[in-house]
Write a protein that binds this ligand. Structure first.
Ligand SMILES: Cc1cc2nc3c(=O)[nH]c(=O)nc-3n(C[C@H](O)[C@H](O)[C@H](O)COP(=O)(O)OP(=O)(O)OC[C@H]3O[C@@H](n4cnc5c(N)ncnc54)[C@H](O)[C@@H]3O)c2cc1C
Length: 382
């Protein structure tokens, strides 16, 4: 007899670790997590750690609210300090089209109990004295938003899962599936097969590749995104919020004794190139100095690249896959997955154990929507 598991989770980023923890906490049986690299080395390792409630899609607001309950009590729940800073997210808007959309979003967020407000240029300068506001029409600010450390958070879930008996196998990729009829029988690895009735794909930017192993099209594409940190820089207060120039996606926030910043290149093709693009770094620094000229006096300490895991509507695939029985996917968070890790783990555990998700209505994110053409576009993508 080969090895057996009740559930095999593929990927040990924030999603795989949270899913495994929540399943184990509810006594879901023997759980094996396969990780081709090491825990928290994929997209999660490269995340800026931002957590926010300011979304345009109802499901994302609800998932973030649920996650905040965990982020705000992580040390008590998991005994790990995740370096939580709740200094808010400040969106700066200079395009009249975005103003209308953000004002509508604000109503939706408030309807869900999110304490978010509209801010004019004067208040923006009070919140962040470094920014130029001459072209800014206004913005939104939610003081509960913030950032924390993705590595510590993921290790917190991984260690808690292990204490509950989950086996997380590093350097052990899923290399195939044994599917009989249309049902999963086993997940294949270089060390052998693991018989299982349920495989949960949490493979982040590699999700399409893993889906192909089962003959399923999971539309998640990897896009390079870069982040940079400055040397120690004391000319901007460390109390400023995460500040986002929405028109360009430029963002920056305090990080250690310096500042972390980044900006998406709209012409970046999909792919797994992890080198830092020096030309784009120069464009990003220019954009930062245009928005906050005091940064002309700062020096970049280092930069790195990681992959967003983007779907056609910038929202994730959450739920059972129609084509194969015994397969769930939780991936494609399009650059806002770290913050939703706790909620997604809880929802997937409910789906598996209760057969329905009660904590949040995730039906809008069914993987089937791409085949049915029922896309749910998220507007607040950074
Ligand atoms: C520069 C940057 C900044 C970001 N900033 C933020 C932010 O501020 N806030 C936020 O919420 N999100 C942010 N994100 C997005 C966030 O990082 C992702 O949405 C989130 O980490 C996705 O988690 P995951 O567990 O789905 O994927 P991952 O962390 O990529 O985990 C997937 C894992 O699957 C493994 N894997 C792949 N194939 C296989 C296989 N065949 N077998 C076994 N294992 C496999 C991989 O090695 C990987 O460890 C950012 C991303 C980047 C790149």
């Amino acid at each position: 007899m080969g090895e057996r598991a009740d559930i095999v989770v593929i990927g040990a980023g924030i999603m795989g670790c949270s899913v495994a923890y929540h399943l184990a906490a509810r006594g879901a049986g023997r759980i094996v997590v396969l990780e081709k690299d090491e825990i928290a080395r994929g997209a999660t390792a490269d995340a800026a750690g931002g957590i926010r409630l300011q979304f345009s899609t109802e499901t994302n607001i609800v998932l973030s609210k649920l996650s905040f309950e965990v982020w705000e009590h992580f040390a008590e729940l998991f005994g790990v300090d995740i370096g939580l800073h709740q200094q808010g997210y400040l969106f700066l808007l200079s395009d009249p089209g975005d103003v209308a959309v953000f004002q509508a979003n604000l109503e939706l967020q408030r309807a869900h109990g999110v304490s978010v407000r509209w801010v004019g240029p004067d208040e923006i300068r009070e919140l962040n004295p470094a920014v130029r506001v001459d072209d800014v029409l206004g913005g939104t600010f939610c003081p509960r938003d913030g950032w924390c450390d993705p590595y510590s958070a993921t290790m917190g879930f991984a260690q808690a899962a292990r204490r509950l008996g989950v086996e997380i196998r590093e350097s052990c990729p899923a290399t195939g599936f044994d599917i009989a009829g249309s049902r999963v029988q086993a997940v294949l690895t270089p060390d052998g097969r693991i018989e299982t009735p349920l495989a949960i794909i949490c493979a982040g930017p590699w999700t399409q590749e893993v889906g192909k192993l089962a003959g399923v099209d999971l539309p998640v594409l990897p896009y390079r995104r870069m982040s940079f940190v400055t040397e120690r820089f004391d000319l901007v207060p460390k109390t400023i919020p995460m500040t986002i120039e929405f028109a360009t996606s430029l963002y920056f926030h305090p990080e250690g004794d310096g500042f972390l910043f980044g900006m998406a290149n709209p012409d970046e093709p999909p792919g797994f190139d992890k080198r830092v693009d020096e030309a784009w770094m120069a464009r990003t620094v220019e954009a930062l100095c245009r928005r906050a000229p005091v940064f002309e006096q700062a020096r970049v300490r280092r930069g790195w690249a990681g992959f967003y895991e983007i779907t056609p509507d910038d929202n994730p695939l959450l739920g059972y896959v129609d084509e194969v029985e015994g397969m769930i996917v939780a991936a494609g968070f399009s650059g806002h997955g770290f913050m939703q890790g706790p909620a997604v783990g809880c929802c997937i555990a409910e789906l598996v154990i209760d057969g329905e998700v009660r904590s949040a209505d995730i039906r809008a994110f069914t993987p089937r929507r791409f085949r049915e053409g029922k896309l749910v576009q998220e507007h607040n993508v950074i």
